[in-house]
Structures are given as structure tokens and as C-alpha cells.
Design a protein around this ligand. Structure first.
Ligand SMILES: Nc1ncnc2c1ncn2[C@@H]1O[C@H](COP(=O)(O)OP(=O)(O)OP(=O)(O)O)[C@@H](O)[C@H]1O
Length: 366
């Protein structure tokens, strides 16, 4: 059952059309991430769900109740929506202890003191900071303060938790630690989470679903694996690829129901659906390229342009004729610059896009 539904939501700031016909269903228990480049409308969509902004047009439904109806001027207050919010800046009250910071939401609900204590301890326990209960925010690290902010949001046991880039102020190590905590929290509490980020690794590692935004529109809603293996457009493929995906132009013809492509990767056949205009683009992920120092049948010779070791993995920039290709290998490897190597790849891991429409026409089977 969908717990949150957005239908044809539009938002303008002055004359700037920042959300364009947003349609979205969030299922109960989802960890839904809004992913996309800066300024594409993720935060505005989250703020509309939270009730902090009124949409110009469209309908927002939460737990079966219409909370916004742009045309009918219906707008429910944030406090009436049964959700909690955590922002990038943790905004703890500096003059209050961690206990007081977290218990605040319960005090205003007039819950008995002993019960408040139990709930606060449990929320802090969940974030693994129970021992910090009597400290003040200034005595905590940034990561600990962000844990307090999340504890404060979950102490009221909201059915829906909205998180706007909550980890972006933390250093890389803490961010990874917090990702694992948030993932466990989601599993343990079974809360529906909506999470805003422009960091695709964050989105891919934690979410059950990802909504990909570009320029005020949702272009794809998919599982992390679905989005990673089958980005629906060339723009999505380019955004998701990290390091950059290899895009190779090819000519194509239909041959015995298959799409036969001819490019610098040789002749390849693909199952396909949809319209193809004759010119296509092959998308090959760096990690799908296998490099060998010795020639073998079907392998393609390339020159090594440069090798970038990064500890646990190595990026290898190759040159094939006048085209560059990026490969990624797990572990440390070294190749002499300008030496010849041979590459091979599983053709069924290549996505094919129609060049004209930029749409995916041949998917990976996952
Ligand atoms: N209060 C506002 N007044 C005017 N324009 C705004 C306002 N809030 C957002 N915008 C504009 O709306 C667009 C969408 O902004 P939004 O914050 O939703 O993007 P975002 O995808 O969350 O970006 P980021 O990742 O940088 O936070 C941007 O062009 C932004 O400049």
C-alpha cells in the first residue's frame, strides 16, 4: 500500500518552474532516496511532503488523507502529517542536555516522565549514544550530534521519517558508519524513510528504491540494482556511472530479430525493445572491462594511457585508436604506460541507447 502519493505536483519560485508534474508513490516501509544533481528539486519535493511548502498545483496524500490539494487550497500543517524531519544542520539546542534535546517532542505530548525516560534511552540506544545522555551538544563530535538529531526524530516513533542530506556535514569515515546505522535503523523500526542526497553511493547502499531527479522531474524510480544496471536514459547512465561510464557510438541494423551493432567494440548482437533510429550508443561500465596482458580470441588491443591506483581498486585509462576507455579493476595492478593490453567484456552487461531519443533499448537481465 502506498503511504505517500504525489499526483501531478508543480511548484514555482517566482516564474521558475522548479517541480514539473511530479508523480510518485512511496510504499509503506520503503527507504526511498531522492537522488539527483544540485538544484533539481529534491529538497523542494521533500519540503512539500513535510508541509513546509505549499505546492502550486497537484495533490499530496499521506496515509490515505489528502494533505495538499493545490487547486482546492487544502494544506495540512506539518504537525498534522505524522512525520519527523532531520536536516543537514542538526540544530540541537546548545543550552540543553542530550536528554532534554531528545525528550522535547515527548514533553509537549504530556507523556508521563518515567515513560519519557524509557523512550529517550531507547532512541539513544538505537543510535548507539546512550552514554552521552547527560552531556551538552558542544561536548559531542559532529557525528555524535547528528546521531542525537536522528534520535530526536525517531523518539516519537513516527511512521514516516524525512532526512535531507543528514550526513553531508560529516567526514568520509563517519558517513560510512552512519550509513550502516541508518540501514539498521530502517530494518529495526520498519519506518518509511525518504532520504535526499546527491551522493549516488549513499543512495545505492541504503535505499530500497531510488527516485532519480533531473531538472524538476522524476525520470526514473527503481531499485538501486535496477537503476545501476539499467539507467533508463543516457543522462541517467552518465550520472550513475562513477567513475564515468564508457559511451561508445555505434551503427545498428536489425538482424534476425536482434539488434546488430558495429562500433569500435566490433560487431555485437543485442535483444532489444522499442524504436531504434540506426544510430545507437553502447554504455559499458568500467568494472565490466577485463584487461589482459596477452592477446586472446575476440579481445581488443588498447594502449595504456595512465594507471591510477586508489588502494583497494585501480582505474586504468586506455586508448583504443583515437577513443579513450576507462576500466576499473579490484586491487592493485600496474601496467606500463603506452604498453599494449587486450580488453574483453561480457556483452550482456552493455546497455544500448537509441542516440536520437537517448532512451534505453537493450537492458541487462538482472
Ligand atoms: N525558497 C526559494 N526561493 C526561490 N528559489 C528556490 C527556493 N528554494 C529552492 N529554489 C530553487 O528551486 C530549485 C530546486 O531547489 P531544491 O533545493 O529543491 O534542489 P535540490 O535538488 O534539493 O538541490 P541541492 O542538492 O543543491 O539541495 C533550484 O533552482 C533552487 O534554486
Amino acid at each position: 500500500m502506498s503511504i505517500i502519493q504525489l499526483s501531478n505536483v508543480n511548484q514555482y519560485f517566482d516564474k521558475n518552474h522548479v517541480l514539473k508534474q511530479i508523480n510518485l508513490e512511496v510504499e509503506e516501509g520503503d527507504f526511498m532516496t531522492f537522488l539527483g544533481p544540485s538544484g533539481c528539486g529534491k529538497t523542494t519535493t521533500l519540503r512539500i511532503i513535510a508541509g513546509l511548502e505549499k505546492p502550486e498545483s497537484g495533490i499530496v496524500t499521506i496515509q490515505g488523507k489528502i494533505v495538499d490539494h493545490g487547486e482546492m487550497h487544502v494544506h495540512a500543517a506539518p504537525s498534522a502529517r505524522g512525520l519527523s524531519l532531520v536536516f543537514q544542520s542538526y540544530a540541537l539546542w546548545p543550552h540543553m542536555t542530550i536528554f532534554d534535546n531528545v525528550s522535547f517532542g515527548l514533553e509537549v505530548k504530556k507523556i508521563p516522565k518515567a515513560e519519557i525516560r524509557k523512550k529517550v534511552e531507547l532512541a539513544l540506544e538505537k543510535m548507539r549514544i546512550r552514554d552521552l545522555i547527560d552531556r551538552y551538544p558542544s561536548e559531542l563530535s559532529g557525528g555524535q550530534q547528528q546521531r542525537v538529531a536522528i534520535a530526536r526524530a525517531i523518539v516519537t516513533e513516527p511512521k514516516i521519517l524525512l532526512l535531507d542530506e543528514p550526513l553531508s556535514n560529516l567526514d568520509a569515515k563517519l558517513r560510512i558508519e552512519m550509513r550502516t546505522e541508518l540501514k539498521r535503523l530502517h530494518r529495526d523500526m520498519k519506518t518509511t524513510i525518504i532520504y535526499v542526497t546527491h551522493d549516488q553511493v549513499e543512495a545505492l547502499t541504503m535505499s530500497t528504491k531510488i527516485a532519480l531527479f533531473f531538472d524538476g522531474k522524476i525520470v526514473q524510480v527503481d531499485t538501486p540494482r535496477g537503476l545501476y544496471r539499467n539507467p533508463g536514459t543516457l543522462q541517467a547512465a552518465d550520472f550513475i556511472g562513477n567513475p564515468s561510464i564508457n559511451l561508445i557510438e555505434a551503427r545498428s541494423v536489425e538482424a534476425e530479430g536482434m539488434l546488430r551493432t558495429t562500433s569500435s567494440l566490433g560487431q555485437l548482437d543485442f535483444f532489444y525493445e522499442g524504436h531504434q533510429s540506426g544510430e545507437v550508443v553502447l554504455a559499458l561500465k568500467p568494472e565490466d572491462i577485463h584487461i589482459s596482458r596477452l592477446p586472446s580470441e575476440g579481445a581488443i588491443p588498447c594502449q595504456v594511457y595512465s594507471v591510477l591506483p586508489a588502494g583497494s581498486e585501480t582505474l586504468i585509462q586506455l586508448q583504443q585508436g583515437d577513443r579513450g576507455l576507462l576500466a576499473k579493476t579490484i586491487g592493485e595492478v600496474d601496467y606500463e604506460m603506452d604498453s599494449t593490453v587486450w580488453i574483453s567484456f561480457p556483452a550482456d552487461k552493455i546497455n544500448v541507447y537509441d542516440k536520437l531519443s537517448e532512451k534505453l533499448i537493450s537492458k541487462n537481465r538482472i
